[in-house]
Design a protein around this ligand. Sequence first.
Ligand code: HGY
Ligand code: MN
Ligand code: MN
Ligand code: MN
Length: 417
Amino acid sequence: MSTEAKFGTNVAINGSRLWDSLMEMAKIGATPKGGVCRLALTDLDKQGRDLFVQWCRDAGCTITVDAIGNIFARRPGRNNALPPILMGSHLDSQPTGGKFDGVYGVLAGLEVVRTLNDLNYQTEAPIEVVAWTNEEGSRFAPAMVASGVFAGTFDLEYGLSRKDLDGKTMGEELARIGYAGDAPIRGRELGAYFEAHIEQGPILEAEDKTIGVVTDCQGQRWYEITFTGQEAHAGPTPMSRRRDALLGAARVVEAVNRIGLEHAPYACATVGLMQIHPNSRNVIPGRVFFTVDFRHPDDAVLAEMDAKLRDAVARVAQETGLETEFEQIWYYAPVKFDAGCVEAVRGAVAELGYSNRDMVSGAGHDACYLARVTPTSMIFIPCVDGISHNEIEHAHPEWCEAGCNVLLRAVVAKADA
Ligand code: HGY
Ligand code: MN
Ligand code: MN
Ligand code: MN
């Protein structure tokens, strides 16, 4: 039965309440250019978590937190023996993040709960809003590590032992902010998972489409590379006697970009983090640490890019005589989302009459790991100029409202199935 038949035709979420909650949450870690910085497990992440938990309790949910800090806000159904339908995303951000990446999916889930409360409507199965720990992978690599632990891809010890660049572990930081929970880390039977998220790319806005029906997500490979040469004085050291670690890194940065271009238009290849030691203007760099982020929707191409990177690093090491350390620290294959969940989203979009198109997600999401343990799919809304992971990230209120209306219907369709 369609949700129209259940709720009647005038069912809609409260768009201004959702927008107000997004703007309220954006005050936590607000940056001067209008973005947010709420790095995973910092005091600001704790503040955001505390606010989310309070809002969920105010909406009548019960809260559980698991051993890697994932927060589950549960709204009971008529039959609580049934596996719950989950919806959510993440509250942590990039260092120069935006107001919507992740937090939109969490607060859209809360708005679904608030709307069902307004309607005094109880779903058959229970529903849960989830905030996953450390989705961004900016402070603690890799990304999505907590949903990966939940899905059984990583063991709990691996997750808790992830270190930031200051050597602090996720386990220590979870305990410090009071989110080292005791709920079982996995093994619960789940009904389905839906994640609403901004597209973080330009397609929906460019095609004037309101909703992205996400069918797939591209795969990723992350690497950590170190070149070691010899610090020396920038003045007296002849060019012929230098072992300049930054020269090696620069040649690999060029190779990374070339590999991405060779596999255009779908490949993505990025060097985003680099540490130069001693990072002094008149010292020849002795050591350079940097990261590589590869993405592609075709696993075989992702493997080809991997092989080309390894060759490039070996060639540069040979050319420059630098020592190298090379490690692939993360990999997941491209993900195909569950046809039933995709159809639930498509059905909701049709009921609502929103313009839409199928999409492959360029960004990684917790949904990529949830897809390993329960039927999963995603709902995209546009973002202005496709810009994200940037303080100017923006989504219009009407887009946020539309995505949440779709989430409401998809979740209820599954919970009442
Ligand atoms: O990197 C990603 O795709 C996500 O933002 N963690
Ligand atoms: Mn995100
Ligand atoms: Mn992100
Ligand atoms: Mn706007």
